[in-house]
Design a protein around this ligand. Structure first.
Ligand code: HEC
Length: 451
């Protein structure tokens, strides 16, 4: 086993030591940062410029064995006046006493009450009158929320204003019948303290993660994810009034296949979807997954603010062997919400998600080494719709990461970065990065190939 602390070739730039960052991609950017020169963009064409602000960002060593995890590796423009994302990485050693309001309900027989109780718990202390500072864990005085590390690399890595990662692109008519164009989507996930203890244990040594520490997340773990879209409320009318964040993302919001060197800009994104995942011993597999859509989806209720969302559904099993007709037994699909699509054979999925999958299907592949998230074209989909209990791996012989895809994806990125660092031949390194850029064409959430 190679340790980053020993394996990483340290580089000096302007007196700063840079461990090699998790660099699946941004080769030119990274080289630029390391030499104190930032890549800047003018009129859509790429140009090299010296930039004081970018240099300041770059002087923060991160993602090395001995430093904090990176917030984002994308420099903000010098003129940026908006938010700057800081990764919540003070993972607690033990979880403090906390309420668990969802345990008052049975997920199988009371799915609606259950999912609303989880959402209220996620909202508590996170919503404030200022939309831009809502869901900033440093301002939450009720309870801690934490972000998973190593989501910062590659074409789809965290942007620097709110820490959003690039997600699956929505195709025409997927969000609403009136949607005409492709629109990019972005998201950020959080774990409560119970979940964060497992992240902290797995990553106790930043240079040598131990996935077995996250093979069985603690009871009461809650994962929650805010998903935003670049789509406008002309094509997707139910987005009217949705909370909006200003982020620094690829300027061409219709491009399905951006490259890390593509121009970025300040873009307002709108809340589209909220995902929740709960580790709960009252659920048959130990996990419950559910999702909400802003404004109630097509034909939904006009309104505004974070709370104007409606549950699309909740699932506690994959209904293995379901023929495709008749009711699903292991999901609750809210009859009041009419989304243009759900998941495979009507299983639960969110507006942003790929309809060949489902929440529990895709998340059951969380393991190390990384599993294949969605059934490949032409393959029998049945293995992806098994009921895999919490603590078991999707593939024999792998280490389960207990339904946490952020941990699975993050660990994959770390391992890839390490492999690149340990390759001395520059031509070979470039080739590896090119290969990764090709893999990154599809964000993980779109079932992008495992690295
Ligand atoms: C095709 C794959 C796929 C599907 C389907 C999917 N997800 Fe995820 N999800 C991901 C990936 C990949 C991540 C981690 C990277 C990220 O955040 O984008 C993730 C992250 C999350 C997180 C943050 C915690 C974690 O486990 O990493 C939550 C919570 C979540 N998803 C809930 C849901 C819910 C609820 C659904 C169904 C409505 C769903 N997901 C459907 C791929 C998927």
């Amino acid at each position: 086993m190679l340790d980053l602390a020993n394996g990483a070739k340290k580089r000096r730039a302007g007196g700063q030591v840079f461990g090699l960052w998790g660099d699946r991609m941004q080769l030119r950017n990274r080289i630029a940062l390391m030499s104190g020169v930032a890549l800047a963009f003018a009129g859509g064409t790429t140009a090299w410029h010296r930039s004081g602000a970018a240099r300041a960002q770059a002087t923060m060593p991160c993602d090395t064995a001995t430093t904090p995890f990176c917030n984002s590796t994308v420099p903000l423009p010098a003129t940026w006046a908006g938010r700057r994302f800081t990764l919540a990485q003070g993972y607690p050693a033990t979880s403090p006493a906390d309420v668990t309001p969802w345990t008052a309900f049975n997920p199988v027989s009371q799915p609606h009450q259950y999912i609303e109780a989880v959402l209220a718990y996620f909202y508590e202390g996170n919503i404030r009158p200022d939309v831009e500072t809502s869901f900033d864990p440093t301002m939450n005085t009720v309870r801690g929320w934490y972000n998973a590390p190593w989501q910062d690399v590659g074409t789809n890595g965290r942007e620097p204003a709110h820490g959003l990662t690039r997600e699956r692109t929505s195709q025409p008519q997927e969000l609403a019948p009136t949607q005409k164009q492709f629109w990019n989507n972005y998201a950020i996930g959080f774990y409560n303290a119970a979940g964060a203890t497992a992240i902290g244990k797995m990553w106790a040594n930043h240079g040598k993660p131990d996935p077995t520490q996250a093979s069985n997340m603690p009871e009461g773990t809650v994962g929650a994810k805010l998903l935003f879209t670049t789509a406008d409320d002309v094509e997707v009318p139910y987005l009217k009034g949705a909370p909006s964040w200003n982020v620094y993302i690829y300027k061409d919001v219709h491009n399905r296949f951006p490259k890390p060197t593509d121009a970025r800009d300040k873009v307002a994104v709108r809340l589209l979807q909220i995902d929740i995942a709960v580790k709960d011993k009252n659920a048959p597999l130990g996990w419950v997954f559910g999702t909400f859509v802003y404004g109630g989806g097509p034909g939904g209720k006009p309104g505004s603010g974070w709370t104007n969302v409606a549950p699309v559904g909740l699932m506690w099993g994959n209904d293995p062997g379901y023929s495709g007709t008749g009711p699903l037994k292991e999901s609750w699909i809210n009859p009041a919400v009419k989304m243009p699509h759900l998941g495979y054979q009507g299983r639960l999925n969110g507006p942003v998600d790929n309809k060949i999958s489902s929440c529990l299907s895709c998340h059951s592949t969380a393991e190390s080494p990384e599993g294949q998230m969605t059934p490949p074209n032409g393959a029998d989909p049945a293995p992806w719709f098994r009921n895999i209990p919490s603590g078991s791996a999707f593939d024999p012989g792998r280490i389960p990461l207990d339904y946490s895809l952020q941990l699975s994806v993050g660990l994959g990125s770390f391992n890839t970065a390490k492999a690149i660092q340990n390759t001395r031949d520059p031509a070979k390194r470039r080739l590896m990065m090119k290969r990764l850029e090709a893999i990154d064409r599809l964000p993980p959430r779109d079932g992008g190939t495992a690295r």
